[in-house]
Design a protein around this ligand. Structure first.
Ligand code: SF4
Length: 373
């Protein structure tokens, strides 16, 4: 069970809330793709077994020229046995859904499109400096279906300043109407160095309150479950049989290989490494066979704590049945302490621990209370 993540660090324009690694200067696109292909070749042995999933994220993979994207797929085919792949996800923006692009992505083998819609309201899209408009948000799914894509997931954002609760509800209805088999909905977090943080500091608009955000989250949970979506992770909803495979593997601590600037890799055991978040330094390192990356070695306890953190934001929770005895004893003590004051907030079944989806958004104190010393 392993996957490949490929980070494409370019975007058409900078969304005002974004703090991912990307550049709007496309001059390095050719050199960067060349470096990605070299890295794919040089690190092919890392996975030790055929990958099951590939995920193109960013940045905006949909910005890549057909020549460059084809080069990356050629490298993937040359370097890996792709016969067991069951999911190739490709992040795209609605404004890149031209018929040429869609047909190319389909032809290259993309099986699942993840579309960054975020909102169906022009005012929201302008406030966030998105490159698309409401009309493109509404049309992109139909265009993808016309090109032959069956598996589609769309992204929404809640907690958008100036958006009313009624508008948030209308966004959810518009998303349901599109009939995709998966929806991701992320809470807008105001990261300190972003344009949006500056706009809020200078009084252009106000951040939503915690109460407003919680109201939007609870409605999202309730309405999408009513519409036959399973809320299986804090930000992810799927119709039966359509859970995101790549992310599932990632959350359950499986091995993955991260390619491209800022991409993380994990050996499935204790070593996590990440490439430098700088396009020029990444290219230079790969070309000179002296890659710029950093790494950390996790202790057994670090791994258990990661299982707690990711597990308490998933429907499945986490299972401590195979942990070392001392860690099992500690988690049982922590659980007992929590349930003494907050009965029924944690659902335990044998060695499995979970919390109800309605509590995920406010689970930070529970996670802290459960974590091992
Ligand atoms: S398209 Fe995505 S990665 Fe690019 S700036 Fe916007 S949010 Fe960030």
């Amino acid at each position: 069970m392993s996957g490949i993540y490929i980070h494409i660090p370019f975007c058409k324009q900078a969304c005002s809330y974004c703090d991912f690694h990307f550049s709007t200067n496309l001059k390095l696109q050719d050199a960067l793709v060349e470096a990605i292909c070299l890295e794919l070749t040089s690190r092919a042995a890392y996975l030790e077994q055929p990958p099951l999933s590939i995920y193109f994220g960013g940045g905006s993979p949909s910005i890549l020229s057909s020549r460059n994207l084809s080069k990356i797929f050629d490298s993937l085919h040359q370097s890996f046995d792709l016969s067991e792949i069951n999911e190739i996800t490709f992040e795209s923006n609605p404004d890149d859904h031209t018929s040429e692009n869609l047909l190319l992505w389909k032809k290259l083998g993309v099986s699942r499109l993840s579309i960054g819609i975020q909102s169906f309201i022009d005012r929201d899209l302008q406030l966030m400096n998105r490159a698309h408009d409401a009309r493109e948000a509404e049309q992109c799914v139909t265009k993808a279906r016309d090109a032959g894509f069956e598996h589609l997931t769309i992204d929404l954002i809640y907690g958008i300043p100036n958006q009313s609760f009624a508008e948030w509800k209308s966004n959810i209805e518009a998303a349901i109407k599109l009939g995709t088999d998966h929806i991701s909905a992320y809470c807008l977090t105001i990261e300190p160095k972003t344009a949006m943080a500056y706009q809020i500091r200078t009084g252009l608009f106000n951040e939503k309150s915690d109460e407003e955000i919680e109201q939007e989250f609870l409605y999202l949970h309730q309405r999408l479950e009513e519409a036959n979506f399973m809320h299986y992770e804090i930000s992810n909803f799927a119709r039966p049989g359509h859970l995101a495979q790549h992310n599932q593997n990632y959350w359950s601590g499986k091995k993955y290989l991260g390619i491209g600037p800022a991409a993380h890799s994990f050996d499935g055991n204790q070593k996590r490494s990440w490439n430098v978040s700088n396009n020029a330094l990444y290219i230079k390192g790969i070309k000179t066979n002296d890659p710029n990356f950093d790494f950390e070695v996790l202790t057994v306890r670090d791994r258990y704590n990661e299982e707690i953190i990711t597990g308490l934001r998933r429907k499945d929770g986490f299972n401590f049945g195979t942990w070392e005895t001392s860690a099992q004893e500690e988690i049982l003590r922590n659980i007992e302490q929590i349930t003494r004051t907050q009965s029924e907030v944690i659902q335990c079944s044998g060695s499995n621990v979970a919390i109800h989806p309605e509590k995920w958004l406010v689970a930070d104190h529970l996670i802290r209370a459960l974590m091992l010393d």
